[in-house]
Design a binder for this molecule. Structure first.
Ligand code: NAD
Ligand code: UFG
Length: 337
């Protein structure tokens, strides 16, 4: 039996394919390569020494999905495929709703048609908005979402919940990721954003490698110990292992489950900058800028539920995350080419 991984050539998907293959799972990937390259799949194969069955295509291609379900023996799906840039989603809402919502509906329908009713979905801490409390448990009420990207996560959570309610032979695991950073310790796969990065770690690594001059720190007047925003950064390999544990959970027919995947520890923007300098030995010049619209001051999770029910904890610390992000960027200054 194989696991269908949508978006498996992407940042989190490629790391998850590595961990799944290392655990002996058979993996089939579908990816349209809109934000990734086939090279990622080749590098995954080099890391694991195992071939990856790869279909280049779109999750909105129902015919292709039927072909995959007929040709492969798939029993579950990990659904990563989607567009994920918050800012871009505000200027291109139609593209985001179309790709993320319509594409996912076509995928879910194909799953139902082919009697594959086990799914793990990549959701995000963004669904909590400005959280009602920290550390955030899964019971924390969903908050106000200020961008179409985040809306697609909340909507897809609701759609999968409604599918489960209508037919409880489905098993649905909604994973709410906090802030994934880091890279595989081989330094061969990692995050490779197009253009100027929006997210903190890729921006820092591009400053470190000399592609960008200095980091702008968005606000130092928040009500936090050093005035900068606090996030729950999680190593992408820990996150990937959370998916492997979730696949095992699916075998228990759990019904509908929601888990936070984070470390439970908050770090400020300046904590990340200083830890990166320590881990890399490279200075990161920065300048304080005004606050970025929509930023939540403090966001970190309580990961107890994932520990108790998935037998999963994040093992790597911020230093590991910085060291691995740096190794990846240093070895691949221009990404996967
Ligand atoms: P990514 O862009 O690196 O990976 C997504 C992959 O999906 C890419 O390889 C892209 O080519 C593919 N894809 C997009 N639309 C597709 C479509 N219609 N058909 C087929 N393939 C398609 O992003 P990532 O960081 O690996 O994120 C994976 C998932 O996790 C996404 O759903 C994202 O929203 C979610 N997530 C990411 C973060 C984060 O900070 N990286 C946080 C929370 C949730
Ligand atoms: N930051 C800077 N300078 C930069 C980039 C970011 O100071 O150049 C700061 C931000 O203001 C924020 C922190 O670094 O305080 C982290 O910002 P990121 O953009 O890396 O991450 P976010 O927490 O804003 O967003 C992430 C994901 C989203 C997801 C959201 C909520 O990128 O997809 O978490 O889970 F929706």
């Amino acid at each position: 039996m194989a696991i269908l991984v949508t978006g498996g050539a992407g940042y989190i998907g490629s790391h998850t394919v590595v961990e799944l293959q290392n655990e002996g799972y058979e993996v089939v990937v579908i990816d349209n390569l809109v934000n990734s390259s086939k090279e990622a799949i080749r590098r995954v194969e080099t890391i694991t020494g195992k071939p990856v069955k790869f279909y280049e295509g779109d999750i909105s291609d129902a015919e292709l999905l039927d072909t995959i379900f007929k040709e492969e023996t798939i029993d579950s799906c990990i659904h990563f495929a989607g567009l994920k840039a918050v800012g871009e989603s505000i200027s291109k809402p139609l593209e985001y709703y179309s790709n993320n919502i319509s594409g996912s509906l076509i995928l879910f329908d194909a799953m139902r048609r082919n009697n594959v009713k086990n799914i793990i979905f990549s959701s995000s801490a963004t669904v909590y908005g400005d959280p009602a409390f920290v550390p955030i448990t899964e019971d924390c009420p969903l908050g106000e979402i200020t961008n179409p990207y985040g809306q697609t996560k909340a909507m897809l959570e609701q759609i999968l919940t409604d599918i489960y309610k209508s037919d409880n032979t489905w098993n649905v695991i909604l994973l709410r990721y906090f802030n994934p950073i880091g890279a595989h310790s081989s330094g061969t796969i990692g995050e490779n954003p197009n253009g100027i990065p929006n997210n903190l770690m890729p921006y820092i690594t591009q400053v470190a490698v000399g592609k960008l001059e200095k980091l702008g720190v968005f606000g130092d007047d928040y009500n936090t110990p050093d005035g900068t925003c606090i996030r729950d950064y999680i190593h992408v390999v820990d996150l990937a292992q959370g998916h492997v544990k979730s696949v095992a959970k699916l075998k228990e027919n759990p019904g509908l489950k929601i888990y936070n995947l984070g470390t439970g520890k908050g770090s400020s923007v300046l904590d990340v900058v200083h830890t990166f300098i320590e881990a890399s030995g490279v200075d990161i010049p920065y300048v304080i800028k005004s606050r970025r619209t929509g930023d939540v001051p403090v966001n970190y999770c309580d990961a107890t539920k994932a520990k108790e029910e998935l037998n999963w904890i994040a093992k790597k610390n911020l230093f590991d995350m910085c060291a691995d992000s740096w190794r990846w960027q240093k070895n691949n200054p221009n990404g996967m080419i």
